[in-house]
Design a protein around this ligand. Structure first.
Ligand SMILES: Nc1nc2c(c(=O)[nH]1)N[C@H]1C(S)=C(S)[C@@H](COP(=O)(O)O)O[C@H]1N2
Ligand SMILES: [Mo]
Length: 322
């Protein structure tokens, strides 16, 4: 992709683009869908990256039968080599670049409105949590999706461990800030570090999950090692990767994508086929790794039985997308 180098004050809005613009440019490439591109990767790049070995003895974790799927899992090679991780670049092929990230040691800070602020080693934290495997759908706002077996623990176990004050109404989660390892973070016009947030009710929901592994192994760096969020009823950008900080607060966090494109990305980001993105439809999605197969998108990505109650008292428009 041709990128013209400009000085910061010359960066036009079109260059500080939300992920969507890249999607449009990518689909022009030889008429290939993203999945076809991933399948066409040369063998050298398609080789699975060596997984980090944090808490390796916990694998394979017992699968929780409450969270299985009706659709085939995405091929491991495809899911681990078609990623969105702007810290390592705006293309989907960041798996090599992401290997630069040092994940051991990895400290996690728990702060804000909690009984006691603390910093814990990620591996120590993981070992205190009830680790299991769950099969989840993942729906990116760019209208592609995958289905993966995550290993991890319910976010609510971490919330309980943190002992938030009763006045805390939101949980903010923040990615690392290491421009020396992550070239994307040297692109200073992005609002680094990446942050995301949930309401406390959402953080307590059964579905909210912290993933530490995928495909029965520790999670590869490009997918957000050593800890990343998985909220499968929301668009993928809510699933913040490589978390270093959990902050309990009474202020609604302004997430990374909302800061970049407030007209296109909001706080709630609940999957809804009836509400188009301002620039494209959300009615269907491409299953990556299937050669372009599309399926209808479901409200709450098919997880309404778990989460619809969370939003029943909200104004309809807000509940739906922004
Ligand atoms: N820190 C960070 N987290 C992130 C992103 C990112 O760029 N940086 N991209 C998000 C988006 S848009 C998606 S779709 C998912 C992609 O996860 P995957 O690469 O594991 O499929 O990660 C989300 N979490
Ligand atoms: Mo995404």
């Amino acid at each position: 992709m041709l990128i013209k180098i400009r000085r910061g004050w010359e960066i036009p809005e079109s260059q500080a683009t939300p992920e969507s613009a890249f999607f449009n440019r990518r689909s022009l490439l030889a008429g290939l869908g993203g999945a076809a591109l991933a399948a066409a990767l040369p063998a050298g790049r398609a080789r699975a990256a060596a997984p980090a070995d944090m808490a390796a003895d916990l694998y394979p974790a017992k699968r929780n039968p409450q969270f299985t799927l009706e659709r085939d899992l995405t091929d491991e090679k495809v899911a681990t080599h078609y990623n969105n991780f702007y810290e390592f670049g705006s293309s989907k092929y960041v798996s090599d670049a992401a290997q630069k990230l040092t994940i051991q040691p990895w400290q996690v800070k728990i702060d804000g409105m909690v009984e006691k602020e603390m910093t814990v080693d990620a591996e120590d934290l993981i070992r205190k949590m009830p680790v299991e495997e769950r099969l989840y759908r993942h729906r990116c706002v760019e209208a592609w999706s995958m289905a993966v077996p995550w290993t991890g623990f319910p976010l609510k176990a971490l919330v309980d461990y943190a002992k938030p004050a009763s006045g805390a109404t939101y949980l903010q989660m923040q990615t690392f800030q290491k421009p020396e390892e992550a070239p994307g973070q040297r692109q200073f016009w992005y609002p680094w570090p990446y942050i995301e947030g949930l309401t406390m009710a959402e953080a307590h929901n059964d579905l909210a999950f912290i993933a530490i592994g995928v495909y029965g192994k520790p999670i590869p760096k490009q997918m957000g090692a050593p800890l990343r969020l998985a909220t499968p009823w929301k668009y993928g950008f809510k699933s913040v990767k490589s978390i270093v900080k959990f902050t309990f607060t009474d202020k609604r966090p302004k997430n990374f994508w909302q800061t970049i494109g407030p007209d296109e990305y909001g706080f709630w980001a609940n999957v809804n086929p009836a509400v188009p993105h301002p620039r494209w439809s959300q009615a269907s999605e491409e299953l990556i790794g299937t050669g372009g197969k599309r399926v209808p998108t479901q409200i709450y990505n098919g997880y309404g039985e778990f989460v619809a109650d969370l939003y029943k008292d909200m104004p309809k428009q807000e509940r739906l997308f922004m």
